[in-house]
Design a protein around this ligand. Sequence first.
Ligand SMILES: Cc1cc2nc3c(=O)[nH]c(=O)nc-3n(C[C@H](O)[C@H](O)[C@H](O)COP(=O)(O)OP(=O)(O)OC[C@H]3O[C@@H](n4cnc5c(N)ncnc54)[C@H](O)[C@@H]3O)c2cc1C
Length: 289
Amino acid sequence: MQLQMAQLQAERQFDSSVHANPSKATTALANRAAALGAHIFEGHEVKHVAEQNKGFHVITSKGSFQCGKLVIAAGAWAPAVGRQLGLDIPVVPVKGQMWATTPQPPGVIKRVIYAAESHSFWAQKCTTDYALGSPANVTHDAHTKQKLVRHVYGRQCRDGRIIFGGDRVVCDASDYKIDQDGIRLNQEHIAELLPVVKGLEVETTWSGIMPFSMDGKPHLGPVKCMQGVYVATGFSSSGFMLGPMAGVMLANTILGKHDDILASAEPCRPGPGGIRLLVASSARLPSKL
Ligand SMILES: Cc1cc2nc3c(=O)[nH]c(=O)nc-3n(C[C@H](O)[C@H](O)[C@H](O)COP(=O)(O)OP(=O)(O)OC[C@H]3O[C@@H](n4cnc5c(N)ncnc54)[C@H](O)[C@@H]3O)c2cc1C
């Protein structure tokens, strides 16, 4: 009975969900933006950014740029960029990992599956601790790395592969190492809900670093304490879903058409989620550039 309830909860949640391939979708968006006139510079690592002449001077590994308005959209690396401007952007790197089976017959899993037990846990137990660098909605304790809750979601792809994942572990922003125990436990978890997945060969695993905010909400809009600076980060585990519309809304804001719906993503909100100045603006040193 418990199992059936869990399965119902899992399957009910995403009855009408859709999915897309992140790599193909991102490339398509970039190509369309370029066709509309955007300039995309790949492999330009921002090395230094500073305020200069009522604007900003950005030095990258492949050249320098001047701009009047600056958008920090560097995911889990946004805090490092922000620090150069004297901003404390409370975003923490969190590792997510996934696994994929060999291709299976179509229709083994018909929709996106998302287990409910982690969401119940996060709704009841706030795990945020800014001083300790522990954001909301993670699966492991930020310091002991002990598992707090199981989380699983996934789907079957068009090519038949079944992909699942779920662990969210606070880590160093360069730590992409796969935790094989985590993969095994995640597979066992989904097999409880969907026995058809039990024992299927895992063909591939992969990981990535997500930008988790302290309070689970994104940072999207102008940084009120520093004129000309905008942020788009803190998307946590939902940036693929939220990213395209976040881009539209941020572009509109920059053009002066701010949407009130962005209030909950206010970058300088009160509480542990808000962006702050590291030092008062009057005390900031002039740019060395
Ligand atoms: C395994 C996994 C599964 C996920 N599943 C989902 C899902 O099902 N649905 C969903 O909505 N989201 C999902 N996510 C989360 C989603 O990928 C993130 O929320 C999203 O990528 C965040 O977007 P972003 O643009 O803020 O950051 P990123 O995608 O991390 O992009 C930041 C970019 O900034 C660049 N950068 C950093 N520092 C510098 C610098 N100094 N100079 C120049 N460039 C810099 C980085 O190289 C990177 O390209 C998943 C993530 C992982 C890891």
